[in-house]
Design a protein around this ligand. Structure first.
Ligand code: KIV
Length: 281
C-alpha cells in the first residue's frame, strides 16, 4: 500500500471515507495491522497497562516508548504512525515538549505525536507545530489526568463541559493541531466537533460520526480483561485461544506426545549404532 500521510487522512476525511486506527506496541502486531490496511497506528502509553501491567499510564517514560516506536515503524513502514507522549514528557515546559516530540519524529520515525489536554496545551502545540512536529490532540477522557478526573469516566455529558470541549477543539486547531482524538464523549459531542473541524477527527467511544474509529489492539482481540470500557467491541478472544494452546502444550509434554519423531533431528544409522555401542541404549 502507498505510504499513509496526513494528506491521505485529509483526503479520506474529505471523501467521508471512514478510517481505521489501532494501537500497536511491537513488530509482529505492526506487520499484521499494516497487512490489514489499518490507516493509523498509535504506539500508545496504554502500553503501560496492557503490556507492562501497571494500573495506569503514568509510569510510562520516553525511554520506554522509543524502542517500541522503532519496532512498530519497522513492522509497519507505510502506516501513519503516531507516538504517544508519556506523562510529564510535555507538561513541564514547552522546550521539553519540543525536544521529546522531536525524539519521536527523529528516533522513532513517527508521522506525528499525540498529547492530552485542552486549551491549556495551545501554546505547546503552537511551538511544536512551529518546530515541524505534527501534533494529534487527545481530548475528552484523558487517562493521564485520571487523578484529577477521579477515575476513567465519560466526559462532556453536561452542557457546560460539552461546550468547553467543543470550544477547546477549535482553540487547539487554531494553535496548529494536525489531527484530533476524542475519547469517551457522547456521540453528539463527537459529531459537533467532527463537523466543525478542519482536521481529521478520530474517536474512541465518541460515536459513529468521527472521521475514523480507534481501538486498543489488546482490548479488541480479547487480550486484556482487567477492565473493559463501554466503547470496546471484542472481535476475537485471542487470549482464550492462547490459553488453550498453552494447556495443550503442557498436556503433550506431560504425556510424552511432544516432541514426536517429526520434531527430532535424524542421525545416520551407522553413527547411532556406534554411539549405542559406546554409551549403551
Ligand atoms: O494510549 C492509548 O492507547 C490511547 C488510546 C486512547 C488510543 O491514547
Amino acid at each position: 500500500m502507498p505510504k499513509v500521510t496526513i494528506q491521505t487522512l485529509r483526503d479520506k476525511r474529505a471523501r467521508r471515507e471512514p478510517m481505521t486506527f489501532l494501537t500497536a506496541y511491537d513488530y509482529p502486531f505492526a506487520i499484521l495491522e499494516q497487512k490489514a490496511g489499518i490507516d493509523v497506528i498509535l504506539v500508545g502509553d496504554s502500553m503501560g497497562m496492557v503490556v507492562f501491567g501497571y494500573d495506569s499510564t503514568l509510569p510510562v517514560t520516553m525511554d520506554l516508548m522509543i524502542p517500541h516506536v522503532k519496532a512498530v515503524r519497522l513492522g509497519a513502514p507505510d502506516v501513519y504512525l503516531v507516538g504517544d507522549m508519556p506523562y510529564m514528557s510535555y507538561q513541564v515546559s514547552i522546550s521539553e515538549a519540543v525536544r521529546n516530540g522531536g525524539r519521536f519524529m527523529a528516533e522513532g520515525g513517527c508521522d506525528a505525536v499525540k498529547l492530552e489536554g485542552g486549551r491549556e496545551m495551545a501554546d505547546t502545540i503552537r511551538a511544536m507545530a512551529n518546530a515541524t512536529i505534527p501534533v494529534m490532540g487527545h481530548m475528552g477522557l484523558t487517562p493521564q489526568a485520571v487523578a484529577q478526573l477521579g477515575g476513567y469516566k465519560a466526559q462532556g455529558r453536561d452542557l457546560e463541559t460539552a461546550k468547553k470541549l467543543i470550544e477547546d477543539a477549535r482553540i487547539l486547531e487554531d494553535a496548529g493541531l494536525s489531527s484530533l482524538l476524542l475519547e469517551a464523549v457522547p456521540a453528539e459531542v463527537g459529531e459537533i466537533i467532527t463537523r466543525r473541524s478542519s482536521v481529521p477527527v478520530f474517536g474512541i467511544g465518541a460515536g459513529p460520526h468521527c472521521d475514523g474509529q480507534v481501538l486498543v489492539i489488546h482490548d479488541m482481540i480479547g487480550m486484556f480483561d482487567r477492565h473493559t470500557a463501554k466503547f470496546v467491541k471484542k472481535y476475537r478472544e485471542i487470549g482464550a485461544q492462547i490459553l488453550e494452546a498453552l494447556a495443550d502444550f503442557r498436556k503433550d509434554v506431560e504425556t510424552g506426545i511432544f516432541p514426536a519423531k517429526e520434531h527430532c533431528y535424524p542421525m545416520p544409522q551407522d553413527v547411532a549404532a556406534e554411539l549405542a555401542k559406546l554409551y549403551g541404549k
